[in-house]
Design a protein around this ligand. Sequence first.
Ligand SMILES: Cc1cc2nc3c(=O)[nH]c(=O)nc-3n(C[C@H](O)[C@H](O)[C@H](O)COP(=O)(O)OP(=O)(O)OC[C@H]3O[C@@H](n4cnc5c(N)ncnc54)[C@H](O)[C@@H]3O)c2cc1C
Length: 303
Amino acid sequence: MPYTDLDRVDLPYSGETFDYVIVGSGAVGIMMGVELTRKGKKVLLLESGRIGEHRDRQIDNEVVQTGKRLENAVWGRKRAVGGTTIAWGGQSLPFRPVDFSRRDWVSESGWPIPFEDLSAYYPRANAFMQIDALDYHEDIFKMFGLERPSFDAAIDFHFSKWAPEPDFTKVYARTLERDLQVVYNAMLTGLIPDGNGRITGVEVSNHAGRRQSLKVNQLLLATGGIESNRILLNNRDLNGAVIGDHSGWLDAVSWTTLGFRPVSSFRNIPMHSSDSSTPMSAGDVNIRNAFHSPKPISRSSSC
Ligand SMILES: Cc1cc2nc3c(=O)[nH]c(=O)nc-3n(C[C@H](O)[C@H](O)[C@H](O)COP(=O)(O)OP(=O)(O)OC[C@H]3O[C@@H](n4cnc5c(N)ncnc54)[C@H](O)[C@@H]3O)c2cc1C
C-alpha cells in the first residue's frame, strides 16, 4: 500500500495491532522491517521525515557538540523515508578483530562482544545490500585469476565493496509499499511505559504538532545513535528513571564522550527533559555530565 502522510491524515492504525512498530526508516529500520515481514510479521514503520530530503525536516537533526552547533549532524543524517540510505555510498566494509580489542592507547576502547559475534552476520547483511559473498582478501584475486601480492606479514590489505543500488527505498520499494505499513511525517515524541518496565505505547506527532498515541507490542528504535539516545533520555519509566539507562552509559556516551546535545527537536516539542530553544553552553554539558556519568570521561571527539 502507498505510504501514509501523517500531515494529511490521522494515524489510521489506532485500533490495529502490529507485531512490531519500528521507528526510523533508515538502513536499520528498513532492514528489520523487510526481514520481519518476510517472517510473516505485521510491521508498522514510523518515519519523522518525508519523501526526499527537505530543509524543514533536516533542522530536526540539529545538535550542539561542546557548545557549538554541529553542521555535520544536520546534513550528514537524512530525515526522510529511507533515512541516510538516500544519500550514503552503500560501501560495505567489515570491522576487523582489532576494532573490538581493548587498546591501552585508545581511551574507552574494547567492545563488550567479540568480533565473531558480529562477523557471523556479515554475509546476511551483504546479501541484503545485494553485495556478493566474496571475502575481502583472497577471493577477489582468484576471481580475476591474479596472484596475491607478496607483501610481508606486517602489511595488511583488504578490498572494499559497494551496494549496486545504495538507496534502500529503491531496492525494497515493492516490499515497503506492499507488505509493510509506512507512515511518514510521523515523529516519535514519547514512550508510554507500564508499571512492569515495559513500553506499551508510543506518542507520535505530525509536523503541525498534533499528537496521537498508538499501542505497541514490540517497539524497535532504529533512529540512529544520536536520536535513539535522545528518545530514551527524554523518557522516564513510572519510577522516574531514564528508560534503558540502568548502566548510566546512555547519558555518558551522548553527553560526555561525544559532547552531543540535540537542540531544536520538533517544532516546539521539547524532546529532552532539560530541552529549551536555547542551545546549552559547554559549561551546562559539563554540569550535566558530572551528575549523570558513571565515571568521568575527559575525551571529546567529533562525529
Ligand atoms: C554522505 C554519506 C555517505 C555515507 N556512506 C556510507 C557508506 O558508504 N557505508 C556505510 O556503511 N555508511 C555510510 N554512511 C553512514 C550511514 O549512512 C549510516 O551509518 C546509516 O545510515 C545509519 O543507519 P540508521 O538506520 O542507524 O540511521 P539512518 O539511516 O540515519 O535512519 C534513521 C531514521 O530515523 C528517523 N528518525 C530519527 N528520529 C526519529 C523520530 N523521533 N521519530 C521517527 N523517526 C525518526 C530519521 O528521519 C531517519 O530516517 C554515510 C553517511 C553519509 C551522510
